[in-house]
Design a protein around this ligand. Structure first.
Ligand code: COA
Length: 570
């Protein structure tokens, strides 16, 4: 079928649905929900048999839903309606939640139901539930709804005819309903409220007596202070005491500012706080904020790096490089780079770079520092001689993050993961992280250039099929970790390990003799220098809009196939 995906943005859910539907032989085109007239034009051009709306912020115009079946993905259980579905579910601590695929009609979220899927609700932040459980359930429900639509003999069920409906109409959750009372709320309440507002809109609060929105909260179980007081800092996070303990605040947004690591957004105030450093890289036994954590099981070392949104600033890259260099001295024979639960890595930290320009420094200089720090980290991984290295992707990975992963000997990705192994969407960025070495080596020059040019997201299965990754592992994040540990244990088997290490050293030496890594880096950086310092400001403009979340004013041509020159609907 010809299916139009109508969406506010090409977010990871839209990417996943587009890829899954394409893999099942459907013809997919995408239009951003910019204005009613633009949607009407897209429908006229593409003449879809079905419209699927994975992520909308406004209603579909009647001119479109009255003539076409439009399936809306609602991140709530059957009967739930309203714009704050996940926020209420998290704040109220429900144990089960779900996704409903319903047909657009005049009344929002009240149309007939084509499919639904439920899941046990984890104790985590909204953005994480959306990227993991909601995306998985939405994919299952949309595929089922599309199949039912195609069969022609399925009658969607009107909400009013259903007995036993779990959900109900809920209003938009406003800031007063999210507000924190540091003199009364215990840590669990503070965590739940901030998690229900992550990554948007955050909880409006005050730090150091100044207004800001809070994001990215983590529990602390040992340090304490007077309730409401900011008592310490650790790297990029700030620790604030509650009535029964304390909570780490990872990110904040100040009025008219951008979302930043808390200790950077309040740099002067944070500098005056005591540093609550952890001792080395070992994973702390008690729950706390720890962005880099190492653990070992037998001959396998696991290096976790839980960087918010997968963004890696110069300082984070340098610290991760130090942790990796340290892990390389351990007796472990296999080193697994685990990344974080939601993202493995999304490359250089565009918000921290943008903040450099806001504080009067040079965004170009910070970009240059950041890409060099990413490259140093990538080199540390590429030149690991005494261990087999694995990048284990439990979460999505984009841009430079994909090529940092590809610098490992093996890349294993969870089946639900989306990979975006390209840079051009960020203002035609050329990219570095030794991609010209790692990608062509795996795929050949032509296929590598096609991936960069076409800028399509890849499912984990697709990435495996084309040889970008080495395994596609089914299951949720927990099951993935168990399987990764098992597979890594197999790699450490002495019968194969010695031969694998010998072959790896030989390949590296041969590649180095043919063309040194330093030459790849120099060539890539020559292009990046142009991106950062050259006449064409596209990268700086694109970064500004990305960080500021400027609304799109058109759908990129590589997504809107119906807008290609010469497009004719069959
Ligand atoms: N730096 C800073 N923030 C980043 C980031 C980066 N490199 N990559 C993603 N983010 C942030 C987004 O701004 C968003 O922030 P929010 O919490 O305020 O909403 C959050 O991470 C999630 O991003 P989103 O785009 O919603 O996630 P997604 O899973 O739908 O899409 C990508 C993933 C990778 C396609 C998309 O985030 C992207 O294009 N990122 C930029 C990658 C890049 O160009 N890096 C620089 C070159 S190495």
């Amino acid at each position: 079928m010809r299916i139009l995906l109508l969406t506010h943005a090409f977010n990871s859910l839209t990417q996943r649905l587009g890829a899954e539907l394409s893999q099942r032989g459907h013809e997919i085109s995408i239009e951003f929900d910019i204005a009613d007239s633009v949607t009407e034009e897209a429908v006229a051009l593409f003449r879809p048999q079905l419209i699927v709306a994975p992520y909308l912020r406004r209603a579909i115009p009647e001119s479109v839903w009255s003539r076409n079946v439009c399936l809306i993905v609602h991140p709530g259980v059957v009967g739930d309606r309203g714009p704050s579905a996940l926020d209420w579910a998290i704040q109220e601590g429900v144990s089960e939640w779900g996704v409903t695929v319903l047909q657009a009609e005049a009344e929002m979220d009240a149309g007939p139901i084509w499919a639904s899927a439920n899941f046990p609700m984890p104790l985590t932040k909204k953005s994480s539930v959306y990227r993991n459980e909601v995306t998985q359930a939405a994919t299952a429900a949309v595929l089922q709804a599309v199949q039912r639509f195609e069969s022609g003999d399925f009658l969607p069920q009107a909400l009013a005819t259903l007995a036993d409906v779990q959900g109900r109409l809920r209003a938009l959750m406003k800031q007063p309903q999210r507000s924190l009372d540091w003199q009364r709320d215990d840590s669990a309440t503070v965590l739940r409220k901030i998690r229900a507002a992550d990554g948007f809109p955050g909880v409006a609060d005050r730090l150091f007596d100044q207004p800001c929105h809070l994001f990215d909260a983590w529990p602390e179980t040992t340090l304490r202070g007077a309730p409401g007081e900011v008592i310490a800092r650790r790297e990029t996070a700030l620790l604030r005491a509650t009535v029964d303990g304390a909570v780490w605040i990872g990110h904040v947004k100040r009025p008219d500012g951008i979302k930043l690591p808390a200790a950077l957004a309040f740099a002067a105030e944070a500098a005056a706080l005591p540093q609550a450093s952890l001792d080395g890289w070992w994973r702390s036994a008690a729950p706390t904020w720890q962005d880099i954590a190492y653990e070992e099981a037998g001959a396998v070392g696991f290096l976790h790096f839980e960087f918010y949104n997968g963004a890696m600033s110069s300082a984070q890259c340098r610290r991760l490089q130090a942790a990796l260099a340290w892990a390389k001295q351990r007796p472990a024979q296999v080193l697994v780079l685990m990344g974080g639960g939601d993202f493995w890595s999304n490359g250089i930290h565009l918000n921290v770079i943008e903040s450099a320009s806001l504080s009067g420094a040079s965004a170009a200089d910070e970009s240059w520092r950041n890409i060099n720090a990413m490259n140093d980290l990538t080199l540390e991984l590429l030149t690991t001689e005494n261990q087999i290295t694995v990048a284990a992707l439990a979460g999505n990975t984009g841009a430079g993050g994909c090529f940092l992963a590809r610098a490992a000997d093996r890349v294993w990705a969870r089946e639900a993961v989306m990979l975006n192994p390209h840079y051009k969407n960020m203002g035609n960025l050329y990219g570095s992280e030794y991609w010209t070495y790692s990608l062509a080596r795996r795929l050949g020059e032509d296929a590598a250039n096609a991936i960069m040019r076409e800028r399509q997201p890849l499912t984990s299965r697709h990435a495996l099929d084309i040889g970008l990754t080495d395994a596609c592992v089914a299951g949720d994040v927990r099951a993935f970790h168990l399987e990764v540990a098992r597979l890594a244990g197999e790699l450490a088997d002495p019968a194969d390990w010695t031969a694998t290490i010998a072959a790896k050293r030989e390949t590296r030496a041969r590649d180095e003799a043919a063309k040194p890594l330093a030459a790849y880096r120099a060539e890539e950086l020559a292009q990046m220098r142009r991106n950062f310092y050259g006449f064409d400001p596209s990268y700086h403009v694109a970064r500004h809009h990305f960080v500021r979340k400027s609304p799109a004013s058109w759908t990129p041509r590589h997504l809107a196939r119906h807008r290609e020159l010469g497009w004719v609907t069959p």
